[in-house]
Design a protein around this ligand. Structure first.
Ligand SMILES: [Fe+2]
Length: 288
């Protein structure tokens, strides 16, 4: 794999009005839409909830909202991809996949007009290096949201299943990274794989729906009406006693741990690493 390069991007667009996470949550709640949990930082927790309960309105911005980690660009990036949110047609082979989410800045405010440039392998694990199949860029809307219609990428030698993406807020550096799928056997052997980049993926009919929120290191003015100090997230220090989340432990699906005063259940087997604490990796841990 080659080192990551700077992306030749289209002209950035100016910021639009930013919508605070709480305002967004309240708007979603008022509209009766599905619960939208934004506090998990990396992937959205909304898919795993499905409880019908009102969303938590006091997610804390520093509760796992570390900037999304960068990854190698790999050898198959091509600049000047088409502007499009769908990489498929009715006849495209492969399992349909929608990837959606939000892009946030350092104060947990959604960012509009963020460039997202996706590229991936086809269902057979091949990249199109002559044309632009399975390549496309788009921009987040005024709410900081994006949505990509594609297929589940095929596997190719040496890698687990993944989607490449470059993310660039207006007038900011490019974040080059990759998104991963839970439950892939090769996740445990791919040295590039990082659980912090796991999407939440669920089956929808014959297709799949993945969600992921990016957090960029973009300075923002915090919400002028922040939560009182007492409503902030739990301490990041593990809860004393047996069952605390511990780096280096080989967890199995179903295992339960405590972390920061909360209980979590393991969703897929993995070896715990610093940075993969339960609030950071909702695809690995479900809060109980
Ligand atoms: Fe790749």
């Amino acid at each position: 794999m080659s080192e990551q390069d700077e992306l030749q991007t289209p002209e950035p667009r100016p910021h639009e009005r930013l919508l605070s996470r709480k305002t967004l949550l309240k708007a979603v709640a008022a509209a009766g839409a599905a619960p939208l949990l934004l506090g998990a930082g990396t992937a959205l927790a909304r898919d795993r909830r499905g409880t019908g309960l009102a969303p938590e309105l006091t997610p804390d911005c520093d509760d796992g909202d570390h900037p999304t980690v960068p990854q190698t660009e790999g050898p198959y990036f091509k600049p000047n991809s088409p502007l499009r949110t769908s990489l498929v047609t009715a006849s495209t082979p492969g399992t349909r996949l929608t990837v959606s989410g939000y892009v946030f800045g350092s104060a947990c405010l959604p960012i509009a007009n963020v460039l997202l440039d996706f590229w991936q392998a086809d269902t057979n694990g091949a990249y199109d290096n002559t044309g632009f199949a399975f390549r496309g860029h788009q921009f987040t809307n005024a709410q900081g949201a994006f949505s990509l219609s594609t297929i589940v990428p095929g596997l190719y030698p040496g890698r687990t299943r993944h989607i490449h993406v470059k993310v660039q807020a207006p007038n900011r550096p490019v974040l080059t990274t990759q998104l991963y799928f839970p439950g892939e056997p090769r996740n445990s052997t791919d040295t590039i794989f990082d659980a912090r980049l796991l999407m939440n993926v669920r089956q929808i009919g014959s297709g799949k729906e993945g969600t992921f929120d990016f957090v960029l290191n973009v300075p923002q003015t915090p919400n002028p009406s922040p939560s009182p100090t007492g409503t902030t997230s739990p301490s990041p220090s593990p809860t004393p006693g047996g069952g605390s989340w511990t780096p280096g432990t080989n967890y199995r699906a179903g295992d339960r741990v405590t972390y920061g005063g909360a209980s979590y259940q393991c969703l897929q087997a993995h070896t715990a690493m610093v940075g993969w604490e339960p609030p950071n990796v909702p695809a690995l841990w479900r809060r109980l």
